[in-house]
Each structure stands twice: as structure tokens, then as C-alpha cells.
Design a protein around this ligand. Sequence first.
Ligand SMILES: [Ca+2]
Ligand SMILES: [Ca+2]
Length: 424
Amino acid sequence: MSSRDLSMSSRTALHVALGLAFAAAVPACLFPSYTFTEPEPSGGGGATTTSTSSSPTTGTNSTSSGDGGSGVTTTTSTTSSTTTSTSTGTGSEDCTDGIDNDADGKIDCADPDCTAGYSCHNPVPVGWTGHYALADGTFAALPGNCPGSTYPNPFYTGYRSPNAAPPVCSTCSCGSTQGATCTIDKIHITNITCAEVQAGAANCYLPVAPVIDGACHNIGAPGGQKTCGPPDLASGTCPGGSQACNVSIYLDPPVAQGGACPPSPQAPTIAPFSWSNAARACLPTTEGKGCANDFACLPNTAAPFGAVCISKLGDNACPAGSGYTTKKVFYDLDPVDTRACTDCACGSPSGLACNTAITTYSDTACTSANATTDASMCNSYPNNPAVGSYKSVSTQFTGGACAASGGQAMGSVVPQNAVTFCCQ
Ligand SMILES: [Ca+2]
Ligand SMILES: [Ca+2]
């Protein structure tokens, strides 16, 4: 169903409210405030009925019309304050006006003239309205109009059995890790060779906790003419000696920390809402008498308006003993549609690793490079150079995949403004 259809349905709420109020205020039978002379059927005659209405009217009007050759003449006259109706003939009972129109002593459904097209129906219980002829079928089969000759007055249009497919959520994924940091505990500028380093020999080194930011940082490691002694394992110091201070350089293992993966956006596909069924309820202009137990004399219904029903706002049980036992609930406001998908999310990076290359310089301004080392290697320094500065020159991350979550269908379509019909 298009949105236009939904907007149309929303307007029926006002119709319901007005219709219910109207139905509650109007008595079951409506007596016109004018008088009239019944058509005289051909060959009939004899009975004469006179009735008086106290409804004040003004002026006098009279109309006459033939009936196509039978000689029947209908005259309607209205006088101020007091009116008189005279009926002659038989076989012309109006079955829904509460009057014995043809003076045979039988009113409406009690009159054999009404046997063919009318029947008696249980009265409307207190708190309910009616009587309605109800058409309840597929949305496409909703009758466009009320049955004009029997129940001509539109009262209600509503819907039931919503079609609301669950939302189709897009697959969630995670981008590569962003914002992680790579740290190294220390740079080791040692007085032993790389072979000795790999053999695990004790060494003296200048401990430098490097900053991995690509900027130049001063070290001030002694070199050149400076010499260092062998490590004194007892004191943990390197007393003075004649060994070169700067023989090789190696890095502590790099450690990757932090970071997060950006989740893909969630793009749900939500099919438009529609109704499977639609209903239209119509009122007769008047209801007749002549039935036992205060039943109403009503025109017989015909498909698609196949049921006589009563109605009440809300979702109600059918009133016990009312004779109206088949419950139908319709809705006449746009539903509240909360269908959606949960947002995509990403877990923490797993298996994230990093490596960084650090270049050292003999000067303090990162001008004269003397070695570039990363965590995979040990570099030898020739000729005991001074190591005055360093900077990180490249950093790579590997691994760090994040588990995607989210993208779960949620919500529902909830029809609004229930109206109950109970039908015979
Ligand atoms: Ca009548
Ligand atoms: Ca009669």
C-alpha cells in the first residue's frame, strides 16, 4: 500500500469519533416531521390511517407524482404545528419506520409485506452502537460505497491483518584498525657485538626509552673517543675502561596497543507496510419495529455487506448474551512502525602487532645517519660512533582484525486505534 493510502486511513479516525457520537445520540427509529399520504396501490383501497405529528413546521408544501400508469398519487402536505397523515390501500408497508403504514394492524417486520426483505435482529447493548452492515474482505475488495438501498450511510472504514516484513539488515563489517600505537621499551646502544647480543652476553648500554613519533629526539650517547669498561655485574654498572662504547644497536620487541576498527554503516531495507484486509460499515437510515423483545427490524444484508454487527471503540469482548458473537477488530490509524536494524559495531582488535624502524644519527639534530634498525635485527656500529639523536622513520601494523556485530532486525508494526465489531 502506498503512503497515500495510509494517510487516507488516518483520516477515518475522525469519522469514527463523529460516527460513534452520532450513533449514540440518535434513537433507533427516526420519525420524519412531515406527513404524507401513502401511495394507493392499484386495485387496493379501504384502509385509512391518520397520524399526527407534533413537530412544529412552517409553511405548506404539496407535491404529487404519478407512478407510471397505476393511478397512484402521492401527496405530501405540511402545515404549521399540526400535521395529518392519511394512508389508504394495502401492501405498501414501509418496513423501517415503526408505523403501521397500511393499517393492517401490523408494523414493519410484523407485517407480511416485510417478510421478504427484512428480518429482526437483537437490540444494541448499552455501550455499543449499531446496527451496521459490515463488509470485511481483502484490501483490494473493499467496496467503494455503502449499499445504497438498504444501509446507505457510511460509518466506518478500517483495516486489519497488517503485512509488515521484518527489516532486512545489511551485513556488518569492520575496517582496519585505526589509532593504535606502537611502543618499544628501550633502544639498546651496547658495547658488545650483535653476535654477542644474540648469544645473550652481558653488556653495557645507554638505556633510551624511544618516542615513536617520527620526530628527532636527542640521545647523547657517548662515542667517538669515549670508551667504556666491561659491565660490572656485581654493581650493575659499567666502570671506565678501554672498550668502544657504541658497538651495536638493537631494539626491545615492539608492542602494539589500543586502536579500534570503524564499523560499516547499517543500511536496512524496510519494505512498505500494508494491510491485508479492509472493512466498511454502513448504517441504515432508520430501523423498524414489529419484532419481539425489542429486536430491530432491519433490511436483509447482501454480500459483500454480509453481516449485521454492533461496534465499540477499543478491543472489546463481544457482550455476552447479545446475540453478536463473531468478533472482528479493525484499526483506522497509521500504525506505529518501529522496524529497524541495530547499528553495526566492532570488537577490540585481536592479533595486532607492529614493527618500527629507528634511525640513529651521529649528530644531535638527526642529520648524519649511522644506522637504521628495527625489531627484527641488530645493527653494528663501525668505529664507535657518537650516537647523538634518533627518530622513528616508519611504523607498520599487522593483524588487528575486529569482530563485527550488530545488524539485528528489531521493532514491529503496531496498528493503532482499535475498533471492535461483533457480528451475527
Ligand atoms: Ca412501517
Ligand atoms: Ca402494516
